[in-house]
Design a protein around this ligand. Structure first.
Ligand SMILES: Nc1ncnc2c1ncn2[C@@H]1O[C@H](COP(=O)(O)OP(=O)(O)OP(=O)(O)O)[C@@H](O)[C@H]1O
Length: 612
């Protein structure tokens, strides 16, 4: 492709057309055999159509001269053969191209999901340059489903037809050349105009529009998912009307773009048809004088014209394919942007073996999310001995969750060290690390399947006895027994058919089932009422026994199980010790304790008043 053409076809993004095209073609490498077969069968289908037209034209023209039936025998057999072949090849073409498409789609989805996994969770919050990219679930969904669907068009409608067109063009050029050089020349000019000029014009007209169409569709999708997720809040605040209007405006914009796209389609259809008929006219004009002078048998006139018309079958979809090129390249760029984002952390080339000891030592740890942002953690030094429980408390934004994320190695720290079992965290493979840690968070994600399946994600090979034991330890078993379908009860989307306390019990049962030696608890009772909290804490106490536990606490009631409490403020440790020591110190911990105590007392008072 020459540089001017490349320039013309360059979509408006960072990645050039060349790059994107080459990468897209490489992605199809595993199914290249199927694609080649689809192109071959596609060519045979069109060739059969041309053969059918040519032999039919010959048969009708020759029959008009009243020859013997024997003289027409070959043409009759030809018509039958091409008629049947066309149907058979068309069927085979559909079968092969569908097979290729389905394989391709599943390959692309697995490719994208596999690339997405190592980016979780750090890179989905920030882009390559560290800026917040705002990848929302609707946008990701759009990329996984719709952008990949757009790419299937690239392979089936953009790559395959030009290959078939080249094969058919060369074949026709040779066939018409046998009747005379002038026919080959006319065909060559018209074929190039219809196969290059019209698609290029269509592409230029629709390039920007195609990109905008993909982006607007993605935006509409994202907005829709966002609003559906927050529908209850919108209704509660009486905002549904206004939000519906905004969606309608976006939809109108999309409709306008689709109308403009349809107009370009109409234009390219007319141009292609015009060129096809022009070719037929030119062939007639060239053939009549040659036939009149006796240099060519008149029975071939219809053969030349009708076979030419039949060969244009392959050119008609080309402009449409190029019309979709801009959209396909934009979809590809959107996927490559995510796939190319380097993971926030990398596994070491020669990892340390899985640690035998589970003591965490944090030495002068300093961390900031971005080089330009202020430090979120400063000079943190502490030890979490094996089998003990360390609680971290502090005001909102003090860096508690950040510390847990670093211990889980979701991000890499810039200063200091985190040692686990005597080795730096960075020395271990991520998988080895995750295998050793169970996490119970404030909001446990449950998949839209049964309770049993949700538990088994902690350990897929767990036996029925192990599963029941874990649920008994988490005080979940008795509740499950009351359900008509027991462990086969569907929990609904995000587990919404279960209460907050029941969801947390599932999370605790998962941790029991996983039986990892290290446990991270991130405010596991924050959203629960006092009675449920007490029951969950009871289960957590059993879970913590013998495990190295880091607990981010919200309510100070959780802290009696901690061997040491660390108080964070503005990313720094400002107090540490046992609960009694901290209360006696009259510092921040004491203040938080007083506040919670006062709030609880007020709550009790108001409850008592209502009762009396
Ligand atoms: N992904 C991120 N990118 C940039 N800054 C972040 C990110 N996550 C958190 N921060 C910032 O780091 C600081 C500490 O946040 P962190 O979530 O660790 O606090 P926290 O003590 O756990 O708060 P809370 O109790 O409200 O959950 C905050 O100022 C927050 O804005």
């Amino acid at each position: 492709m020459n540089s001017t053409l490349t320039q013309l076809l360059r979509p408006g993004g960072g990645i050039t057309m060349n790059n994107t095209l080459i990468r897209l073609l490489k992605l199809a490498a595993p199914i290249r055999g199927w694609m080649a077969l689809a192109a071959l069968v596609g060519s045979l289908t069109v060739a059969s159509g041309i053969g059918l037209m040519a032999t039919s034209a010959y048969l009708i023209s020759a029959a008009a001269l009243h020859p013997s039936v024997a003289a027409l025998q070959v043409a009759i057999v030809g018509v039958r053969f091409f008629g049947i072949a066309r149907g058979v090849f068309r069927y085979l073409e559909r079968m092969v191209s569908h097979r290729a498409t389905f394989r391709l789609l599943s390959n692309l989805r697995v490719w994208f999901y596999t690339a997405l996994e190592p980016l979780m969770p750090a890179r989905l919050l920030t882009d390559k340059d560290g800026r917040v990219e705002g990848l929302r679930s609707g946008d990701l969904l759009r990329r996984v489903v719709a952008d990949i669907d757009v790419l299937q068009n690239f392979y089936i409608r953009i790559v395959a037809p030009p290959v078939v067109a080249v094969i058919i063009g060369l074949g026709m050029w040779a066939l018409l050349g046998a009747f005379g050089g002038i026919f080959a020349l006319i065909y060559c000019i018209c074929f190039l105009l219809a196969s290059i000029a019209v698609p290029l014009l269509t592409h230029l007209l629709s390039k920007r529009l195609g990109q905008e169409l993909v982006e607007t569709r993605a935006e509409l999708h994202t907005q829709l998912v966002d609003r559906i997720q927050g529908l209850a809040d919108l209704v509660a605040f009486g905002q549904e009307e206004q939000q519906a209007q905004e969606l309608a405006m976006l939809n109108t914009r999309l409709n306008r773009m689709q109308m403009a796209m349809a107009q370009i389609s109409g234009l390219q259809g007319s141009l292609s048809n015009f060129l096809m008929n022009l070719t037929a006219w030119a062939m007639l004009l060239a053939a009549i004088p040659i036939i009149s002078t006796g240099h060519l048998n008149g029975v071939f006139l219809a053969v030349i014209v009708l076979s030419t018309l039949a060969s244009f079958e392959i050119l008609l979809p080309l402009p449409g394919a190029f019309q979709q090129l801009g959209g396909s390249l934009t979809a590809a760029q959107r996927l490559f942007t995510i796939v190319d984002a380097p993971p926030a952390i990398q596994d070491p080339i020669t990892p340390s073996p899985q640690p035998t000891g589970h003591t965490f030592e944090i030495k002068q740890l300093g961390f900031r999310y971005e080089a330009t942002e202020p430090e979120v953690l400063k000079n943190i030094t502490l030890t979490l001995p094996e089998g003990q429980c360390l609680a971290i408390i502090g005001p909102s934004g003090s860096g508690k969750s950040t510390l847990t994320r670093l211990l889980l190695r979701f991000w890499d720290y810039q200063e200091g060290q985190i040692l686990l079992g005597g080795h730096e965290l960075k020395a271990y493979q991520q998988e080895d690390l995750y295998r050793m840690i169970s996490v119970v968070e404030q909001d446990t994600h449950l998949f839209n399947t049964t309770i049993r399946e949700n538990l088994l994600i902690a350990r897929s090979d767990a036996t029925e006895e192990e599963l029941i034991l874990a649920c008994q330890q988490a005080q979940l078993h008795d509740f499950v027994q009351t359900l008509p379908s027991g462990y086969h009860t569907q929990v609904g989307e995000q587990g919404l058919r279960l209460s907050g306390g029941e969801r947390q019990r599932v999370a605790i049962a998962r941790a029991f089932l996983k039986n990892a030696p290290i446990l991270f608890l991130d405010e596991p009772t924050v959203n629960l009422d006092a009675v449920t909290e007490r029951a969950i804490l009871q289960a957590l106490r059993v879970l913590c026994q013998g495990r190295t536990t880091l607990m981010i606490a919200h309510r100070l009631t959780e802290l009696d199980m901690a061997d040491e409490i660390v108080v964070l403020q503005n990313g720094q440790i400002i107090e540490r010790g046992k609960q009694e020591q901290l209360l006696n110190a009259h510092g921040l911990y004491w203040q938080m304790h007083q506040q919670q105590y006062t709030t609880l007392r007020k709550l009790d008072d108001s409850t008592n008043k209502k009762v009396s």
